[in-house]
Ligand binder design. Structure first.
Ligand SMILES: Cc1cc2nc3c(=O)[nH]c(=O)nc-3n(C[C@H](O)[C@H](O)[C@H](O)COP(=O)(O)OP(=O)(O)OC[C@H]3O[C@@H](n4cnc5c(N)ncnc54)[C@H](O)[C@@H]3O)c2cc1C
Length: 297
C-alpha cells in the first residue's frame, strides 16, 4: 500500500529539525532509519503530513568511549554491531547484531528504536540493564534523562512534542562485569517472542556484587525482575541459584498469547533464556570470551 502523500523536509541541524517540527505541528514526524515509521505509513497506521529527515545532519552517527560509551542517536544497529568500542560491553553487541536482518540493521538507528518504544524492540531491556542515559533537544533546550524515566508505556516516551533524542550514553562497566542479551525468535527478520538482558558485576571472590535483569517483549514495556536481582546479590552463582532466577523470571513475565506463541510457551521460554543469559554473563564477568546468539524456534 502507498502512504498518504506527505511533504519532505531535510534538516541540516538538530536545532533546525526541532524548530521545523515546532512550525509544522502535530502532523509532522522525524524520519530516522524509517524501519518502523515507513512500514507504519505504508499500512496507513501512521499518516504524517510532513517528514523531517534527520539523515543529512552531520555528526549524528558516532560511537565514542570516554568513561562511558556515547552513541549518536542516528547510529545504525549495524555500526554498533561492528564497533570494537561497543564490544567493550558485549551485551550491546548481542543486541545490535541480533536485530532483524542486515537491511534493517543498516538503516535502523538506536535513537529511532528508543523513540518508537515498541514493546517488542530489543534495545529497551539492554539499555535499562546497563543504566543508559539519554540526551534530548527540544524547544525548551537540552534535557538529560535516565532511560528508566524515558520509556513510559508501550509506544509512549517522555519526549515532548517536537523534542528529539540526540545521544545515548552507556556507563562503561566496572572490572569483573559481564552481561548478555538473548532473544527467542521465529526467524531473523521478525521481532522476538521473548527476550532477556542480564548485566552483573562480581566481587573478587566471584560472588555477585550487583545484577540487573530485564525481560523484553513480555509486557507493555521492558520488565525489571527485582526478585532475580535480589536473589543474586551477594551470592555465589551456582546451579541452584540459577534455577531460582529462572523461577523468578517466570513468575514476573506477563506474556500475551499471539501469533508468536501461547502465553505459557513464552513464559517457559523466558525462564530458559534467563538460564542461558545468566550463565553467559557470569562467564564474561570472569573474563571468558563467550559468543551469544539468539535462539530460533
Ligand atoms: C522487518 C523488520 C524487522 C524488525 N525487527 C526488529 C527486531 O527484531 N528488533 C528491534 O528492536 N527492531 C526491529 N525492527 C525495527 C528497527 O529496529 C527500527 O530500526 C527501529 O524500531 C526504529 O528505528 P529507525 O531509525 O528506523 O526509526 P524510524 O522508523 O525512522 O522512526 C521511528 C519513530 O521514532 C521517531 N524518531 C526517530 N528518530 C528519532 C530521534 N532521534 N528522536 C526522537 N524521535 C525519533 C520517528 O519520528 C518515528 O516516530 C524491525 C524493522 C523491520 C522493518
Amino acid at each position: 500500500m502507498y502512504p498518504r502523500a506527505f511533504a519532505y523536509h531535510r534538516a541540516k541541524s538538530y536545532p533546525e529539525a526541532v524548530s521545523l517540527l515546532g512550525e509544522l505541528g502535530e502532523e509532522a514526524k522525524f524520519l530516522a532509519g524509517g524501519q518502523s515509521l515507513i512500514p507504519l505509513m505504508k499500512l496507513r497506521l501512521s499518516t504524517p503530513a510532513h517528514l523531517v529527515d534527520l539523515n543529512f545532519i552531520p555528526d549524528t552517527s558516532f560511537i565514542r568511549a570516554n568513561g562511558s560509551l556515547l552513541f549518536g542517536a542516528m547510529t545504525r544497529h549495524s555500526e554498533i554491531a561492528a564497533s570494537g568500542d561497543a564490544a567493550r560491553l558485549p551485551i550491546l553487541h548481542d543486541c545490535a547484531a541480533g536485530i532483524a536482518d542486515p537491511q534493517v540493521r543498516h538503516m535502523g538507528t538506536i535513537g529511532g528504536s528508543i523513540a518508537e518504544a515498541d514493546p517488542t524492540g530489543d534495545w529497551a531491556p539492554v539499555l535499562l540493564a546497563t543504566g543508559a542515559n539519554l540526551k534530548t533537544l527540544g524547544a525548551a533546550g537540552e534535557r538529560s534523562l535516565d532511560i528508566s524515566e524515558f520509556i513510559l508505556d508501550a509506544y509512549t516516551t517522555a519526549l515532548q512534542p517536537g523534542e528529539l533524542i540526540t545521544e545515548i550514553s552507556v556507563p562503561l562497566p566496572q572490572p569483573r562485569s559481564g552481561g548478555a542479551y538473548i532473544a527467542l525468535k521465529r526467524c531473523a527478520p521478525v521481532y522476538a517472542s521473548a527476550s532477556i538482558a542480564v548485566q552483573l558485576t562480581l566481587n573478587e571472590d566471584h560472588t555477585c556484587r550487583e545484577a540487573h535483569v530485564y525481560l523484553g517483549v513480555l509486557g507493555l514495556t521492558a520488565t525489571r525482575v527485582d526478585a532475580a536481582e535480589q536473589l543474586l546479590k551477594g551470592q555465589a552463582i551456582d546451579d541452584q541459584l540459577i534455577e531460582g532466577v529462572r523461577e523468578a523470571v517466570m513468575d514476573v513475565a506477563e506474556p500475551m498469547s499471539d501469533m508468536r506463541g501461547s502465553a505459557e510457551y513464552k513464559r517457559h521460554a523466558a525462564g530458559a533464556l534467563a538460564k542461558i543469559a545468566l550463565q553467559a554473563a557470569v562467564r564474561r564477568a570472569r573474563g571468558e570470551y563467550v559468543e551469544v546468539t539468539h535462539l530460533y524456534a
